[in-house]
Ligand binder design. Structure first.
Ligand code: HEC
Ligand code: HEC
Length: 386
């Protein structure tokens, strides 16, 4: 009897030790303690182990053949940035977030020419898509010096984000007020501690985390990407998985468009250009900022990734469909004094004069740039429960 009692006692003891080991293991393997996770989970759907936000597939080669470092991200900062990106607290009346104008199912662009800000006023330009801003970020400071916004007025995502927050049209919030709001929120104190080792909330930390998230949004699962990978990276080869029209469209695109918009869709080949939308521009673009007449009507050359999802097109959203864009290059290029040299022949706009067949092919090719995975990837989605 005594033996049995001792035996049971021992068994219980071992069991208890094992249980506490398991708890410790659970704590050290999970990114949040049980208490932290409970607080977070009242408001947010975050995984107990943070998502992986780095992407090895995004090694970039710049125009001069130099290979940039792979895309390494800090998973805790990107998680914090994700929450901030979807938080309406970033606007003065808590009505909109970054995601109101950069919608995941639209490749982080908007489906209207001009988006509504916090009080219903409209932005003056078309919202830009976000999947691959890292390409511009890496190029900045390099020989090309690529920047953000249609008039390249911001040098990085942090300053672009700040511009959106304090803009009187977009979010209308003072940065100090934002810091106060974030400080009052228990969830943020946990997320900041994970990211920075302490829960101090500073402006630059808020902006850095948003930047980390935005730069983690990398689109590389389109049909074009898979074909490029399958063929060993040589985009100039005929893609076996493409239809005849898609391959034909690729050739036309390489001849007529890629010298500005890029061959591999990782980095645009040209930073800014005038593509002859009008003879005179209402919005002067780069010229409005530099006050140099040679910059009038000059705008950022945008990415064409996910172009199928980001209508309407151009800085003012004037074209509703890809076909309208193709028609512009085919027969509608205006003779603007700053028209890019690539679009000029004998002092006249070089209309591309596509046949119907070529237009169909070009459109088919542009649609191979659509990445459906990005549209639903949970790690980029809205984490708020309500
Ligand atoms: C009310 C709509 C609206 C909100 C809110 C908004 N944006 Fe934007 N965003 C735009 C528009 C419009 C542009 C183009 C602006 C321009 O060129 O002048 C833009 C441009 C950008 C760009 C530049 C992309 C490029 O390729 O150059 C980034 C990055 C960006 N926004 C991120 C954000 C982030 C992060 C937030 C939240 C802090 C945010 N935006 C909030 C409408 C919005
Ligand atoms: C000289 C450089 C240049 C060439 C060549 C060029 N583009 Fe563009 N493209 C631009 C610029 C600059 C813009 C933005 C203009 C603006 O909004 O004012 C643009 C905008 C676009 C847009 C709208 C993107 C968006 O997000 O709104 C599409 C689509 C496009 N181009 C497709 C093409 C196609 C297809 C070709 C070839 C037939 C082509 N481009 C040739 C410079 C160029």
């Amino acid at each position: 009897m005594k033996k049995l009692q001792i035996g049971l006692f021992l068994l219980l003891g071992v069991g208890l030790v094992m249980q506490s080991c398991k708890d410790n293991i659970a704590d050290s393997f999970h990114d949040y303690t049980d208490d932290e996770y409970e607080i977070i989970s009242q408001k947010l759907n975050l995984p107990i182990e943070v998502f992986e936000y780095s992407s090895d597939q995004n090694v970039l080669i710049d125009d001069f053949g130099e290979q940039h470092i792979p895309n390494r991200r800090d998973n805790h900062k990107a998680t914090l940035g994700r929450v901030l990106f979807y938080d309406t607290k970033l606007s003065i009346n808590e009505s909109i977030s970054c995601a109101s104008c950069h919608k995941q199912d639209l490749a982080f662009a908007d489906d209207v020419a001009f988006s509504e800000g916090f009080n219903g006023e409209l932005t003056t330009r078309n919202s830009l898509p976000l999947g691959n801003t890292i390409g511009f970020e890496m190029a900045y400071g390099g020989p090309r010096g690529s920047l953000f916004a249609w008039d390249e007025s911001n040098e990085d995502i942090a300053s672009q984000s700040k511009a959106a927050i304090i803009s009187e049209i977009e979010m209308g919030l003072d940065m100090d007020e934002l810091v106060d709001r974030i400080e009052e929120d228990e969830v943020y104190s946990i997320l900041f501690s994970k990211s920075y080792g302490d829960s101090d909330i500073f402006q630059h930390r808020i902006l850095e985390a948003i930047e980390e998230f935005v730069n983690s949004i990398v689109s590389n699962e389109s049909k074009f990407d898979h074909e490029t990978a399958d063929i060993g990276g040589d985009v100039f080869k005929t893609f076996p998985g493409f239809t005849e029209a898609e391959n034909k469209g690729k050739t036309i695109y390489f001849q007529k468009c890629a010298t500005c918009h890029s061959f591999d869709h990782k980095l645009t080949a040209k930073a800014v250009a005038n593509n002859g939308l009008d003879v005179e521009y209402e919005d002067k673009g780069l010229g409005g900022r530099t006050l140099n007449a040679h910059d009038n009507g000059v705008f950022k050359v945008p990415f064409l990734r996910n172009i199928e999802l980001t209508a309407p097109y151009m800085h003012d959203g004037r074209f509703a469909t890809i076909r309208e864009v193709i028609n512009h290059y085919s027969e509608g290029i205006a003779n603007h004094p700053n028209l890019d040299l690539q679009l000029i022949e004998n002092n006249q706009p070089k209309q591309m004069n596509f046949t119907e067949d070529e237009k169909v092919a070009l459109e088919a090719y542009l649609k191979t740039l659509t990445d459906k995975v990005l549209m639903t990837e949970v790690k980029f989605s809205d984490p708020f429960k309500i």
